[in-house]
Design a protein around this ligand. Structure first.
Ligand code: G6P
Ligand code: MG
Length: 210
């Protein structure tokens, strides 16, 4: 039985993963480095700070704390520009139908996202009202694959982990859900979702399952 569903945000509910990639890619190019869409899979689900650390590592670059702070600020500024026009039109297929279905079935809903911009994205896409708990990048100390974000979600809902189902599009998120002893459905391409209990292409495939 599933008593609660914990949703990842970027790339699961909303089509923002591409904007994170575009902003990081632009930042990397400014540093004279480039990385591919395939490399970008490793950044999904990972916090802003840790994403920058990874890119600098790939590029073989070292930056001072002050430079890193400036780069993080620049990336977020570009990202915010890209999501400024975000609207319900950028909800991914099945997002709204699944949220509505879970509500009808009295299944609790939480957000488990690494993003510090999560609240604004939920507001712009007009789905914030569906959530019983919001755990985002401001609420956690450790990044996925650490289970903290999902365990905090379960705690906020007062539901035990074994009754929680996580929906994730990133390998780091699949690993985090497993570490939290939760069931997890991978959303997207199978090669980046190793260890998921089940896979779907998008959320529309899940609506009928509840
Ligand atoms: C999500 C995305 C990552 C992003 C992270 C932090 O996990 O998948 O690509 O880096 O959130 O997002 P933020 O909006 O705080 O920069
Ligand atoms: Mg994601």
């Amino acid at each position: 039985t599933v008593k609660a569903v914990i949703f990842d945000l970027d790339g699961v509910l909303v089509d923002t993963a591409i904007y994170h990639f575009q902003a990081w890619h632009r930042l990397a190019e400014q540093l004279g480095y480039s990385f591919s869409l395939a490399d970008n899979e490793q950044l999904k689900g990972v916090s802003r700070v840790e994403s920058l650390e990874l890119i600098l590592k790939w590029a073989g670059m070292e930056k001072s704390e002050q430079e890193k702070a400036q780069l993080l600020q620049q990336k977020n500024q570009w990202y915010l520009e890209l999501i400024e026009q975000l609207s319900p039109a950028q909800l991914l297929p099945g997002s709204l139908a699944l949220l509505q279905r879970l509500r009808e079935k009295d299944i609790l809903i939480a957000l488990g996202s690494a993003s510090k911009n999560a609240l604004s994205i939920l507001q712009k896409t007009e789905i914030v009202g569906y959530f019983d708990a919001l755990i985002d990048g401001n609420a956690v100390q450790t990044s996925k694959p650490d289970p903290e974000v999902f365990l905090k979600g379960a705690e906020a809902l007062t539901i035990q982990p074994r009754y929680c189902l996580v929906l994730e599009d990133a390998q780091a998120g699949i690993d985090a859900a497993k570490a939290a002893q939760m069931r997890v459905i991978g959303v997207g391409k199978p090669e980046n979702l190793i260890g998921a209990d089940a896979l779907v292409e998008d959320l529309s495939e899940l609506v009928e399952r509840f």
